[in-house]
Ligand binder design. Structure first.
Ligand SMILES: [Zn+2]
Length: 620
């Protein structure tokens, strides 16, 4: 029935479209792409213009580009509505692209109706050069974000645009320059500046004489997030994007990831329950001033061990004494395999030669792992992961490795290559520890029973829990000074379910649906529509809707309702302190009033046949 109605409506619409294409009453779409804008940073920034769009539409802070998090593949997925296995772009050089097989939404709009006026204004030229340039009536590359806004305002004020794509680049540029992180002022300030451009564009849009009848849909999103000063990997910081679809025809909704499971804090077998020193990936350092005890010359055998807990494996310096711009530079460093892991590695160099060895992968799981490396200066360096031998490499050709700048935990000696995660239990030994000693003690607190106890030169447990220093347990020397990292009590690990949130490929499909383009299943698009357009490929008919259980209003104040579950489902509600405050079946009513507790995050566990879900409700 619905399909029948849909066919009638599209037929009528097609007739109308041909006859009144330059009149009022059609749908129009503005897509604003802000390159490299991490979703959590958008939430933290002061962005009144974007907030106003959120208030007037569908918003997800937990949307995903869970494909390739470089700009080329990201914008291709957004513009074409398919993943890289279809559009073919895997890097920023666009080799392998298949835009003939999977054209952009602008191409499809123009193919349907060449009378539509389509515009694309980009600060990052490859979007027009490779994706949209031949599709849009008017493709303009500019060299500043201000020019993007000015060109858009000119079109909105004096033109008759039906589809308009804008690309702002300064946020990404500042992320690469200073860090993609809510603690980085340059990055955050640029987000707020960009919001000012959005404000200008929206005010030109709403000032259009026929604005009220033009049925504009405004979509805002980004191509990827970032971690440290880069992106391209598979961390959630890089994959999470925001999705906003705003306009008079859009029902307001907030779509968040669901809480799937709550696990106890990850156990640190060496110091259970102790505080952690967290490095945030943006220049956080523990610095140990240079001292005679740290000198290793060209022949001193030594062993270094460290425990880390991380979820990311970019090219960082975990501990070391060198400038990590080159592996040839003198010194040693614990890092990850270039460019994005997954294995950890050790590098040692003397200015002329280098040696590198790879440890095990699989340590970026948010749990504690011990990384050990013995350096036999006229033989091998040997790497051990959680006490188990990983690999070795000849270092007999490596000479002096002293730099004289001290040791750094969490970055290289220039404060670059910042690590994100926790660091603890750094052990510095003279001599080579045996396989057995490394294995037996990798998960045990040190004491005089260790066979190499007498040659322990430095031991930073890093469990102080407060204060500006980490002490060395072997002497009063070699105290580490904190520059940025913060003490935290280990928190419960919450695992999240993103199966209901938007994907970057949904943007093209949402735009086409709103524009009443008849989306052909043979196009094999990967996205779905988040607005109630003319097509039947919206949420009701997709796999994702079957999983979609919604708590609303969310956030709320007094009560909430649940949609998308059967009357037989069992519901249990936990208040912000974890107490179970409601247990039952929804029956006729899915309205729940958790009257006993105050503001905070409530967890709602639902068992509905085979489906088990945990949702969260935010009480304000
Ligand atoms: Zn980008």
């Amino acid at each position: 029935m619905k399909k029948f109605l849909f066919i009638i409506l599209t037929s009528i619409f097609a007739i109308m479209w041909n006859t009144v294409s330059s009149q009022t009453g059609e749908s129009r779409v503005l897509i604003i792409g802000i390159d490299g804008l991490r979703s959590d940073c958008l939430q933290a920034a002061e962005t009144p213009a974007i907030d106003a769009l959120i208030a007037d539409g569908i918003y997800s802070p937990d949307a995903l580009n869970n494909d390739i998090t470089y700009s080329g593949p990201g914008w291709s997925a957004m513009m074409c509505g398919v993943w890289s296995d279809s559009h073919g772009v895997t890097s920023n050089n666009f080799t392998g692209s298949n835009f003939e097989g999977f054209p952009s939404f602008m191409n499809r709009l123009e193919t349907e109706n060449t009378d539509l006026n389509t515009h694309s204004i980009c600060h990052w030229a490859p979007i027009n050069d490779y994706i949209l340039g031949d599709d849009a009536d008017d493709a303009l590359n500019v060299s500043t974000d201000a020019e993007v806004a000015n060109a858009a305002m000119a079109i909105l004020e004096s033109g008759n645009p039906h589809a308009l794509f804008l690309h702002f680049d300064d946020v990404d540029i500042n992320g690469h320059g200073y860090g993609f992180n809510p603690g980085v002022a340059a990055y955050m300030n640029t987000i707020e500046t960009t919001d000012g451009y959005v404000a200008q564009v929206i005010s030109s849009l709403t000032a259009r004489p026929n604005y009220a009848s033009e049925n504009w849909l405004i979509i805002l999103s980004t191509d990827h997030g970032g971690i440290g000063v880069s992106h391209g990997g598979t961390t959630i910081e890089e994959e999470t994007i925001f999705f906003i679809a705003s306009g008079a025809s859009v029902a307001t909704d907030i779509i968040v990831k669901d809480t799937l499971d709550i696990l106890p804090p990850p156990a640190n077998c060496i110091a259970p329950g102790s505080a952690e020193l967290r490095f945030e990936g943006s220049g956080d350092i523990v610095y140990i001033e240079d001292a005679p005890e740290l000198q290793l010359g060209s022949s001193q055998d030594f062993t270094l061990e460290v425990r880390i807990r991380t979820e990311a494996t970019p090219d960082v310096a975990i501990i070391g004494n060198k400038d990590w711009d080159s592996g040839l530079n003198p010194g040693f460093v614990f890092s990850f395999e270039y460019p994005g892991g997954p294995a950890w590695k050790v590098n040692i160099g003397d200015g002329n030669a280098r040696a590198d060895a790879i440890g095990a992968a699989g340590i970026s799981d948010g749990l504690w792992h011990t990384l050990s490396c013995s350096f036999d200066r006229d033989g091998m360096m040997r790497l051990y992961t959680d006490g188990i031998f990983s690999s070795e490499e000849d270092i007999s050709g490596i000479g002096g490795i002293d730099v004289g700048s001290g040791w750094f935990f969490g970055s290289d000696i220039l404060g670059a290559y910042s690590y994100s995660g926790a660091i603890a239990e750094v052990r510095f030994w003279h001599g080579i520890l045996s396989d057995d000693a490394i294995s037996d003690w990798h998960c045990s607190a040190l004491d005089a029973g260790h066979p190499n106890w007498e040659s322990l030169q430095g031991h930073w447990a890093m469990t102080e829990g407060a204060g500006p220093e980490v002490t060395n347990n072997t002497s009063s020397e070699l105290v580490g000074t904190l520059q940025g990292p913060e003490w935290q009590q280990p928190e419960s690990l919450i695992t999240f379910d993103y199966s209901n949130t938007p994907r970057i490929v949904d943007i093209a499909v949402t735009a086409m649906d709103h524009m009443c383009l008849d989306v052909n299943p043979d196009w094999n698009l990967d996205g779905i529509s988040w607005v109630d357009g003319c097509n039947s490929l919206d949420l009701d008919d997709t796999q994702r809707e079957e999983l979609r259980t919604v708590v609303y209003p969310n956030p709320g104040a007094v009560d909430f309702q649940i949609k998308g579950i059967s009357p037989q489902a069992s519901i249990e509600v936990f208040d912000p302190s974890g107490r179970s405050i409601h247990h039952g079946q929804p029956g006729e009513s899915t309205r729940i009033v958790p009257h006993t507790s105050g503001p905070g995050v409530y967890l709602i566990r639902i068992i509905d046949g085979e489906n088990r879900r945990t949702l969260r409700w935010i009480r304000q």
